[in-house]
Design a protein. Structure first.
Lengths: 293, 314
């Protein structure tokens, strides 16, 4: 008998191990993304410690990589490695600023549409559909062309445009949760709508909002790099897109100075990748748990 | 209100909103609206400024300007570019065909390749080879399109000399144009493929857990048969809507790729207009792109209701 119990127990243990391993697999990728992201974040936060020189300092221009300048210098004689390290700041600020704003708007709109339904839902989702159709990059280009380029502005416009997918996801989740019995409880206990939305529903959809937030940062970073590549970047800050733009327009590309345009491009890809890895693996875990339920 | 009626109102509102935005931007921005409408660096005498102001109706009250603006739109008058010395609509018309020549083949190729590869990747998501492929696609997904084209241009055109360095054509024959288009189309296809791939992969992973997939296996169907006979049809639905929304994205991507490959399409038109602050061209391009994106969405909606019977009965 005891042996039988043991077998059952060991069977259960392997089941658990399977589930845990499955969990770990998703987490490992997310963890890798997190590490990559933290590296970039630390570089941005302590740029003045890590960067060997002030990025605006001038040395001999067009230097190839050497011991004093690991990635050489650009046409103005700025040290490229220092530019690269300082460039992480713009990317992160624009990415975070835009994503914070977009997530806030999207969450609010999604919550209200999903909770109140009816006319509120129709109107808010109608607005979402309209916003979804605006070609965002061309609109950002045109606004940035009229206004003097600054990275706050770029972040603001992106934040005002990019809440649509978050709103949709939050809405469908809020619609699900509002039908559960604990919400019914709160309602019959006489809590106000606002209380139910923000203290009962919101905490239960944070796990859906989080990956969306990360993915929004990623797309904001890519777009910032694209806008800067067009020369619409903030002239007072060095950014990766701008570095590629200068390398492209000032002969770095034609002359094959790979150390000028390759590192900023790789930095963009890696920082976007770090966020996308976290976002995707969190989303996938979410789907896995839904299936187990 | 019927389903299609509601949709139609949304499209109508989108168009109205975007066109009104386009009207408001040059008038609300800091600086003289005349300069904002003509573009900077246009040298004018005092008299011609007054004359132009009257001609463009800038001395009229705003609501009359708004009506005049709509009248111009309906007669396809998008203004006059004082930099390029020709009407904006004519410039855009001549440039747009090149951009479409680049964007549409990439959109179609990217959709087909992306959905098939993505479906296979989702089906065998635990396979080591598929994981490697997914990682590779993810890298492309995370790279800005212009950087990807810079890399391809450097490796394949500069170093290996396989493709021409710039432009849409040098002699103008169909073969020559195709040769010039090859590399940009490859880059764009990869770019559009990566997006469809990731969505399709997720969609298949979600669908394969459903009971109908298990039933198909219980019936004795083989792996790929289940995927392409049953799962594929259901998993592809999100892609159709996405393709339309992606059309705007692909078009923006094409703009950047054109700049890198020095091709004379919309992308370089916008880039040059940016450098010379030629606002009429910028605004006209924005309007035309918007109208194209909205119509693509409308088309996708119609297509969707044809394909998915659940939508038709709503």
């Amino acid at each position: 008998m005891a042996g039988d119990f043991n077998r059952v127990a060991s069977c259960k243990a392997t089941e658990w191990a399977k589930i845990l391993r499955l969990d770990m697999r998703g987490l490992r990728i997310a963890l890798f993304g997190l590490l990559l992201f933290l590296t970039i974040f630390i570089l941005a936060a302590f740029s003045d410690i890590f960067a060997p020189y002030d990025p605006w300092n001038r040395f001999e221009p067009f230097l190839a990589p050497c011991r004093e300048h690991i990635l050489g210098t650009n046409d103005l004689g700025n040290d490229i490695l220092s530019e690269l390290i300082y460039g992480s700041r713009v990317s992160l600020i624009v990415g975070f600023g835009a994503a914070l704003m977009a997530t806030l708007i999207g969450t609010l709109i999604g919550l209200f549409a999903g909770y109140f339904r009816g006319l509120m839902d129709e109107t808010l989702m109608g607005i979402t559909d309209v916003f979804l159709m605006i070609p965002q990059i061309p609109l950002i280009i045109i606004l940035a062309a009229f206004l003097r380029p600054s990275f706050w502005l770029v972040a603001l416009i992106m934040g005002a445009l990019w809440w649509t997918s978050t709103a949709r996801v939050v809405r469908s989740k809020a619609m699900q949760i509002r039908e559960t019995s604990f919400i019914e409880c709160s309602r019959s206990l006489g809590f106000s709508h606002m209380h139910i939305i923000f203290s009962d529903i919101l905490p239960n959809i944070l796990h859906v909002i989080m990956p969306k937030f990360l993915l929004t940062i990623a797309s904001a970073m890519i777009s910032e790099a694209s806008i800067s590549f067009l020369g619409l970047g903030d002239p007072t800050m060095k950014s990766w897109g701008m570095m590629i733009n200068f390398a492209f327009t000032r002969g770095g590309f034609i002359n094959g100075y790979w150390w000028w345009y390759l590192p900023p491009g790789l930095c963009i890809t890696l920082s976007v990748l770090s966020l996308v890895l976290m976002g995707f693996s969190l989303e996938e875990r979410e789907e896995e748990t839904m299936r187990i339920e | 209100m019927t389903f299609s009626g509601k949709k139609a109102i949304r499209y109508f509102l989108a168009i109205i909103l975007i066109f009104s935005l386009n009207f408001a931007i040059p008038r609300a921005m800091p600086g003289d609206p005349l300069a904002n409408l003509l573009g900077e660096d246009v040298m004018l005498t005092e008299e011609s400024i007054a004359e132009l102001r009257a001609k463009m109706g800038l001395d009229l009250p705003l609501h009359e300007q708004f009506l005049a603006y709509w009248r111009d739109i309906f007669s396809f008058d998008l203004g006059y570019s004082y930099h390029l010395h020709s009407p904006v609509s004519a410039i855009i018309l001549s440039r747009m065909k090149w951009t479409l020549l680049l964007a549409i083949p990439s959109l179609i190729l990217g959709a087909i390749l992306g959905t098939f590869l993505g479906a296979l990747a989702g089906w065998k998501s635990r396979d080591a080879g598929q994981k490697f492929e997914t990682g590779l696609v993810l890298m492309i997904y995370c790279t800005p399109p212009y950087f990807l084209s810079l890399l391809f241009l450097y490796a394949l055109s500069f170093k290996l000399g396989l493709f021409p360095l710039k432009g849409f054509y040098s002699t103008g024959s169909a073969l020559d144009i195709a040769h010039h288009l090859m590399l940009p189309v490859i880059v764009m296809t990869l770019f559009s493929l990566s997006r469809n791939y990731m969505i399709m992969r997720g969609s298949v992973i979600q669908e394969r857990g459903n009971l109908y997939a298990a039933y198909a296996r219980a019936k004795g169907l083989y792996g790929e048969e289940i995927l392409f006979r049953h799962i594929f049809k259901n998993a592809i639905l999100p892609i159709i809507t996405l393709l339309a929304l992606d059309f705007g994205f692909i078009l923006s991507g094409a703009l950047f790729i054109e700049i890198v490959f020095s091709m004379n399409g919309m992308g370089n038109l916008i880039y040059d207009a940016l450098l010379s602050r030629d606002y009429p061209v910028l605004q006209g391009s924005f309007l035309v792109i918007t109208v194209m994106v909205v119509s693509a969405n409308l088309l996708a909606d119609l297509l969707y209701s044809r394909i998915d019977p659940r939508v038709r009965w709503q």
